[in-house]
Design a protein around this ligand. Structure first.
Ligand SMILES: Nc1ncnc2c1ncn2[C@@H]1O[C@H](COP(=O)(O)OP(=O)(O)OP(=O)(O)O)[C@@H](O)[C@H]1O
Length: 273
């Protein structure tokens, strides 16, 4: 059974090359995290006091302003970063989708890239070969799939990457923002596939600035602020606090029916203090 447990965790980044006073000042002025100044090397405290427990069926949204710590928390929950203090335990195979282009090779064909990208996401060659026709159909890239990736336009690359990412069977799916950045025509197709992908996932953690995507895919949320958890609860209640208004209020009845019931449930679970 998949699970993620984080106990009182912090993640620090020492900035070894911030030697000059002006650079330190610049770091101090701009970063969203808290900067420790007592040691010679400035330290950005990107995360502090993180306590989070996720299990099968959890679909967690991460919201917060730029620099609040969402990406760092995603990496901590994916087991990519070790906590500097506190502890974390991730049980299950993680499919991290931080950058759609990662693992793509411009010199090999679209077909070959489908396999390589799949391997990156924890699948094996056989599993990817089985999915090949279905992915090819979804991307609508036709004969281009035999051509090297460097001959593709940016949009064509995104189609290919999304086709692969949404074809996998992830135990723990960790999604960062970019997946929503496709053209409008293609978006509808992506939406349906994303929903199916999330249904097949054990746990989803999704950092996004798009309410619409979050409402479709998530049932609970964490609001990150200055490296800490400001609020954790149902998606609706957290988005309402974060935005200052209820984003579900003006949804059409059809849309409301589409979003998961749990997204609108009141806080009360022991997981959402
Ligand atoms: N590799 C790193 N080295 C140094 N500082 C970092 C590093 N990664 C993140 N930080 C700092 O940690 C803090 C949190 O950054 P993070 O990228 O997690 O924020 P975010 O909420 O994802 O922001 P955004 O919405 O802009 O992507 C910021 O102050 C950032 O400058």
């Amino acid at each position: 059974m998949v699970s993620i447990d984080v106990w009182n965790a912090a993640v620090d980044f020492p900035i070894f090359d911030a030697k000059s006073r002006s650079l330190k000042k610049a770091v101090l002025g701009k970063a969203g995290g808290k900067i420790g100044t007592d040691s010679k090397v400035p330290i950005i405290e990107a995360l502090h006091d993180i306590d989070l427990h996720l299990s099968h069926g959890d679909r967690l949204a991460l919201v917060g302003h730029n620099g609040a710590g969402k990406s760092t928390l995603l990496r901590l929950l994916a087991g990519i970063y070790e906590p500097t203090r506190g502890s974390a335990r991730v049980v299950g195979k993680v499919a991290p989708v931080f950058d759609l282009g990662v693992g793509m090779d411009p010199e090999i064909s679209g077909y070959e890239n489908i396999v390589i990208r799949g391997l990156f996401l924890g699948m094996n060659r056989k599993q990817m070969e089985k999915r090949m026709d279905e992915i090819a159909e979804f991307t609508e890239l036709g004969d281009y799939l035999d051509m090297p990736l460097r001959t593709y336009s940016t949009g064509m690359r995104v189609r290919l990457a999304i086709g692969v990412v949404t074809s996998i069977d992830p135990e723990i799916l960790v999604l960062d923002e970019g997946i929503g950045a496709v053209d409008a025509d293609f978006l509808e197709k992506v939406r349906d596939r994303l929903k199916e992908l999330v249904k097949r996932s054990g746990i989803l953690i999704f950092a996004s600035h798009s309410d619409e995507f979050l409402m479709e895919l998530c049932n609970s949320a964490v609001w990150m602020d200055k490296g800490g958890i400001r609020e954790h609860g149902s998606l609706r209640s957290v988005l309402t606090s974060y935005k200052g208004k209820d984003p579900f209020e003006n949804l059409s009845p059809e849309m409301l029916a589409q979003v998961s019931d749990t997204a609108t449930a009141t806080i009360g679970s022991d997981k959402a203090p």
